[in-house]
Design a protein around this ligand. Structure first.
Ligand SMILES: C[S@@+](CC[C@H](N)C(=O)[O-])C[C@H]1O[C@@H](n2cnc3c(N)ncnc32)[C@H](O)[C@@H]1O
Length: 242
């Protein structure tokens, strides 16, 4: 199977999940290996959320009956954090969103290898999932190393925006955490300013030491490892839904 065909099926040709580069950065990358292509063809459809159907009244209904709460990871990249957190918390349902097909293929390989049953997926824009979910359905949201869009004229594409914060607030339960990490100082300041201006979130008072240390049980992502190897220092911010 050629890489081009594989990419086409996961992109524009598939119709449903094409994610324009101009909006979300990369949605295509290296050609998939045959095993990865098979996972995209066979396993992914079983785990994808069907946004054309009405959302359940209770997001836990997307998972089996053991699940006591639902969390969302936006832009899971290679899925390192999502896999480790889902494996540690079999009674939590995780929704992972990622437009980038190679990241999706890596995650699927880990889901298959570890036999995880508590992950549902969206190959595309996480905000479409947020718009679809019922009110107060998420107990936690993870947003790690979102694309920084460093050019001034591109900053409006950043995922942290007043509109997206209001959308997230609608689907988060009172007290639910929004966990955010970045290695870009400007994005940290941008995020603090927007969260401070939001009527829906409190910044959990953290000492400087706290925001330089990851959360307990943190699993380092590939992106973070590269950022640190390049000498950049991540910050880890926790906000609580009011
Ligand atoms: C810099 S990477 C970080 C990936 C991962 N969180 C990590 O720490 O390794 C940002 C990721 O967000 C994804 N992304 C960008 N816009 C998105 C959106 N609207 N919805 C979901 N994922 C998105 C990109 O495809 C990319 O994989």
């Amino acid at each position: 199977m050629s890489g081009d065909k594989t990419q086409g099926r996961s992109g524009a040709a598939a119709g449903e999940d094409f994610t324009p580069r101009r909006l979300y950065g990369r949605s295509k990358g290296k050609a998939l290996r045959p095993g990865q292509a098979r996972l995209i063809d066979e396993l992914l459809p079983k785990l994808l959320l069907d946004l054309s159907a009405p959302a359940p009244h209770d997001a836990r209904a997307l998972f089996d009956s053991r699940v006591r709460e639902t969390r969302l990871e936006i832009g899971f990249g290679g899925g390192e954090h999502l896999i480790a957190t889902a494996a540690r918390n079999p009674d939590v349902g995780f929704i992972g969103c990622e437009p980038f097909v190679n990241g999706m293929a890596r995650l699927l390989a880990r889901i298959a290898a570890e036999g995880l049953g508590n992950i549902r997926l969206r190959q595309g824009d996480a905000i479409e999932v947020v718009d679809w979910l019922p009110d107060a359905s998420l107990a936690r949201v993870y947003l790690f190393y979102p694309d920084p869009w460093p050019k001034r004229r591109h900053r409006k594409r950043r995922l942290v925006s007043p509109d997206n914060l209001a959308k997230l607030a609608r689907v988060m339960t009172p007290g639910a955490q929004l966990r955010f990490a970045t290695d870009i100082d400007d994005y940290a300041g941008w995020t603090l300013a927007r969260l401070a201006a939001s009527p829906d979130f409190d910044w959990r008072a953290q000492s400087a030491q706290d925001w330089l240390s990851p959360w307990d049980g943190w699993t380092q992502t590939k992106y973070e490892a590269k950022a640190m190897a390049a000498g950049r220092k991540p910050v880890y911010l926790t906000f609580a839904r009011r």
